[in-house]
Design a protein around this ligand. Sequence first.
Ligand SMILES: [Zn+2]
Length: 171
Amino acid sequence: MKYVPIALVGLSLIARCTIGFEPAPDKHYNLSISVGFSPAQADMIIDAAIEWQNATGGYITFDGAGQPGGAETIEFMTEKERQPDPGLYGETWNEGVPSVIVVYTSLDDKLFRQSTLHELGHALGLQHAGAGTIMCHGAGCASQHVTCKDVEQLCSVWGCDASKMPVCAAK
Ligand SMILES: [Zn+2]
């Protein structure tokens, strides 16, 4: 398997991600994206990381400096590299850090985006939640974006104040 830094598969994630934010060392993750994903899919993974970052106002931040298996790395692999359970769109192992996330490359863009946001939530320690959240267990009940309820769950795990997060303040 070969991996490339995110900076090489799209605009520099570091430039896109950390503008306006001061990354906190214990809440900062490095992404590693397999070259098995198309450039468009790699961009969707980057966008998903940016969405979590923006939803939390930079409480959690990402860059593209991940090394497979490295500390603080969230590693995205394709289903060809690691087989998820059948019937799932994606799967996260070792919830927390370091994590491996598999997303099926055959998904259409809408499902791919939704699955990537959902699996990133698992990697951040979130469990399944109710309908209308990105952490709902199925594509039919899950939202298309990170919601305030998702950030409230994140803050219940991480001990932050969800009411101060942009996605909740915008309600
Ligand atoms: Zn799930």
